[in-house]
Write a protein that binds this ligand. Structure first.
Ligand SMILES: C[S@@+](CC[C@H](N)C(=O)[O-])C[C@H]1O[C@@H](n2cnc3c(N)ncnc32)[C@H](O)[C@@H]1O
Length: 269
């Protein structure tokens, strides 16, 4: 099993419901040090791109949209989509009252929309899961209007590296501890995007975690690796974290995250 890009595993286990993703969002919400907040950072970038129609692929539980007021939407049509039925359903449950939103259960590699249907496509923290990234980017480019933009967030190689190290210490034989975003990361994402888009700009979001409670940290780690470690490794992990908090009271964790804005050139079809 591979939790990066095995579609069956992602749909049927990791993202079957919003539970795992929510555990991770909770850790970021409680302990992030940048007061701006990721959702406001993304909103600031989106606000600079003139658009009336927007498609999000791999929207998850649409957490960022839930923190937005209806009056903040300048877009007339917003499609929120995910290839996990549970995620698409979770997004629609929380936002269906706002008529601007439409929801669909679909794979970013096969978009059932006409050419040039959207001014913006968002693909945040999801392209590293997609088996054929070039196929998804070809589809996204096709459905973007002339001069439309793709906003694609991802992480860098050192993102939350301390958490990965906790897991490696408790479960040294575990194979699944590489960076989740390595397939499409801050380091290599531009090389994919430049094959499809004329202009690619990277915006980094400086942030870190200052964690003062073991519970949300353990929940985060188990949301990623819980299915891969044994009961005794889980106990080793918890004991190690308890000892670390008893000694230091806080754990600082580095983040490396940001997004690419890629503009379609109107002359390219
Ligand atoms: C890390 S979550 C990110 C969710 C949301 N974009 C966010 O930033 O909070 C990745 C999401 O991408 C979805 N996903 C993975 N592969 C996909 C694909 N090929 N097409 C559409 N969605 C996909 C997963 O179901 C999951 O909801």
């Amino acid at each position: 099993m591979n939790f990066r890009n095995d579609p069956a595993f992602l749909k049927e286990y990791q993202y079957k419901t919003e539970g795992n993703l929510n555990a991770r969002i909770r850790l970021h919400t409680l302990f992030s040090t940048n007061p701006l907040g990721w959702a406001n950072f993304v909103k600031g970038i989106l606000g600079k791109i003139p658009a009336s129609s927007l498609l999000e692929v791999g929207c998850g539980s649409a957490h960022a949209w839930q923190a937005t007021q209806p009056s903040d939407f300048s877009h007339k049509k917003i499609f929120l989509t995910d290839f996990s039925f549970g995620m698409a359903r979770s997004a629609s449950h929380s936002l269906h009252e706002h008529k601007v939103f439409h929801f669909a259960n679909l794979d970013a590699q096969f978009l059932p929309f006409k050419d040039q249907s959207f001014d913006i496509v968002i693909a945040n923290h999801m392209l590293y899961h997609v088996p054929d990234i070039d196929l998804a980017l070809t589809e996204i480019h096709r459905v973007l209007s002339p001069n439309g933009s793709l906003v694609a967030a991802t992480n860098g190689a050192k993102h939350l590296i301390e958490l990965t190290n906790f897991v490696r210490q408790a479960a040294p034989d575990l194979e699944e501890t590489g960076s989740i975003s390595s397939k499409f990361s801050l380091e290599n994402g531009a090389s994919y995007l430049e094959r499809h888009f004329g202009q690619v700009t990277c915006h980094l979001y400086p942030d870190s975690l200052d964690i003062s409670e073991v519970g949300p940290l353990l929940d985060y780690i188990l949301s990623m690796w819980g299915g891969f470690i044994t009961e005794s490794q889980r106990k080793t992990l918890k004991d190690g974290l308890d000892q670390r908090f008893a000694r230091d009271k806080h754990i600082t964790v580095q983040k490396s995250t940001g997004l690419f804005v890629s503009k379609k050139e109107s002359s390219r079809s």
